[in-house]
Design a protein around this ligand. Structure first.
Ligand SMILES: Cc1cc2nc3c(=O)[nH]c(=O)nc-3n(C[C@H](O)[C@H](O)[C@H](O)COP(=O)(O)O)c2cc1C
Length: 151
């Protein structure tokens, strides 16, 4: 069975967590397993990352940038790669929430391009989280699993 690591940062209202949970529902619906880590609770380890087949990554917009702990995750990936660990090339889907700005999308996608094979389009939602974004996340989780099952 394919496993997806759903890494997200959610701290202010639980908005990003709601989207993470929809992605996880989509993954389960398509026959996969989802492991969720909120970087507000703990840091992602190399072991967490190497064990999974794909990743779903979500951030709130903080000052037009990904949240600090999501940036730390990218920093860790960079360093693991330099140490020779096989961290590049996993399929990934992206999602983000914002308070009306949403300019974190560009830097968020730019970091992700360095490490992952992107699947689908980044799902974004303002406040409150809307049903369209939830549905898109559910579908994105399914799409990621179907992509994994095809290889
Ligand atoms: C420190 C901080 C900085 C923020 N900066 C922005 C911003 O620049 N642009 C924006 O649209 N929203 C900004 N927001 C709003 C959050 O992106 C938004 O409320 C988000 O949905 C919170 O996600 P969460 O409930 O999962 O923590 C900021 C929130 C915080 C706490």
């Amino acid at each position: 069975m394919k496993t997806v690591l759903v890494v997200y940062h959610s701290q202010q209202f639980g908005n990003t967590k709601k989207l993470a949970e929809e992605i996880a529902r989509g993954i389960l619906d398509a026959g996969g397993t989802a492991k969720l880590i909120n970087t507000n609770e703990r840091r992602v380890t190399l072991d967490d990352f190497l064990k999974v087949d794909a990743i779903a990554l979500g951030t709130p917009d903080y000052y037009s940038y990904p949240a600090g702990m999501i940036k730390t995750f990218f920093d860790d990936l960079y360093l693991w790669d330099k140490e020779g660990k096989p961290v590049k090339g996993k399929p990934a889907v992206l999602f983000m929430t914002h308070g009306g700005g949403g300019r974190a999308k560009q830097p968020f996608e730019a970091f992700a391009e360095r490490f992952f094979q992107r699947v689908g389009e980044t799902v974004t939602s303002g406040r409150p989280i809307d049903d369209t974004a939830k549905k898109s996340c559910f579908e994105l989780g399914k799409e990621l699993l179907l992509r994994l099952s095809a290889v």
